[in-house]
Write a protein that binds this ligand. Sequence first.
Ligand code: GLN
Length: 552
Amino acid sequence: MANKKSTKYIFVVGGVMSGVGKGVTTASIAKILQSKGFKVSVLKADPYLNVDAGTMNPTEHGEVFVLDSGLECDQDMGNYERFLDVSLPEDNYMTNGMIFKHVIDKERALGYKGKCVEPIYHITEEILRRIKTSAQKTNAEITLIEIGGTIGEYQNAIFIEAARVLRIKNIKDVMTVMVSYLPVPQTIGEMKTKPTQNAVRQLNSYGVTPDLIIARSSYPLDAKRKDKIADSTGIEAKDVISAPDIESIYDVPINFENDALSTRILSHFGLRPRQKDLKEWRAMVAKMKKADKPVKIAIVGKYFDTGDFILSDAYISVIEAIKFSSYGIGVKPDIHWLSSKDFESDDKKLSNLKDYDGIIVPGGFGETGIEGKINVIQYARENKIPYFGLCYGMQLMVIEYARHVLGIETAHTVEIDPDTPNPVIDIMPDQKKKLAEKDYGGSMRLGGYQALLKKGTIAYKAYGKGEIRERHRHRYEVNPEYIEKLSSRDLIFSGVSPDGTLMEIAELPTKIHPFFLGVQFHPEFLARPLSPHPLFSAFIKASLGRSTKNKS
Ligand code: GLN
């Protein structure tokens, strides 16, 4: 068991600019330390005033990731869980909003006993309390804390101050890593170190000197650049780590290890590696690279209007889940983004769906493109194209089935039509109350819940067991009053809540359709590179079956 006294902390801060992979860098450092036999945990400190990420628009902020506890947080938490293959507790995520709210609520309740409550000391004290609580709860020997944003922003300064305070008190147990960026302007054709030099100076002005610089760039750093940074900052050249752009984020831990980064960190802490291997990880990355047989998957959704960059960020866990399952069975995913709006009135576009091996409708909210999604689902069902519905994708699958197979033409969800005569998808009673009170933050059915599976179904076969736990984020559900009618023909509710009231998985038997399955939860949140999600794997296998058939 980790000795409380010996807990080591690594703060990861961003220099120069955002969007250079600080989250992946943090997850990768955590991974290589874990591979040396240490118990590692990762926290994210986000500068927003939002109390959690649940109220943030995914097109602006990227995916809202949900922890088992139900906390809605930044997508980086997903990277940490995927890289480390662990479930992190909610203590591992904090925002300025969460910290300030806690301190202000405590002040209002006279928790500070008449003291003057100030950002520095009371906010930093609360930040450090959370970091230490998390280290204790996760029993971590090494805890990494990624500070969101970039040095120089007022809003993350308080987190850096907390890092400084912790370091002063435990100088040997705290490290600071700066993830910087070195541009290579096209007109000059040379890698420039000045922004990194300035970022280090700025960090120095907070009273913090980085122990390591991870130098992100399009190209590897040469000795000259490392020396230049070393000369101007006082950091040794060997502590400037080159981190050039690479094909896959899963290469990052391997590249870091090729540079013996973990040895440098462990020796700083006076620790010795307990084991030496990233063996499984290396094998997984090798398998990823070897896969060449394509499986063509369409994702039909609505958050597609702001360009590819935002799009893939909004569905990062879904994309990664598809990748893990595809690579796991040795095939290469060929993912296509289709806007649901295009399928609202264009039958020709619908018939183009024949070209895909499998179709996914992921989670979503609101009306945009909804009839297009329903048309796509109908096409997939009638043409026996493997279909996997995630959350909204399951609700719409049930609506499609009710309308076109059971003849309930007006079947709908009350999310879109509150007065529908046939609310097959209805608001959950708890959620109704919260909406009426305009209580939107953290107000959905969130986090991990158990479900029981019916024997002989696709779901049961995929999981290989009768009880599962999956993460949720929704307000609506299959209306209990329609279950009998919905189950009157072929549709099976193969997963239900332990009390039998909530329908968690719906599917058609394989004798009718190769794979037509929807889940009320988000399986993508539990997909990990070293343990792909069984339902995604079953879907990819079914899609592969179609792909093979198409070619023969
Ligand atoms: N909008 C639906 C609901 O709230 C589905 C949510 C989702 O797909 N995450 O129930």
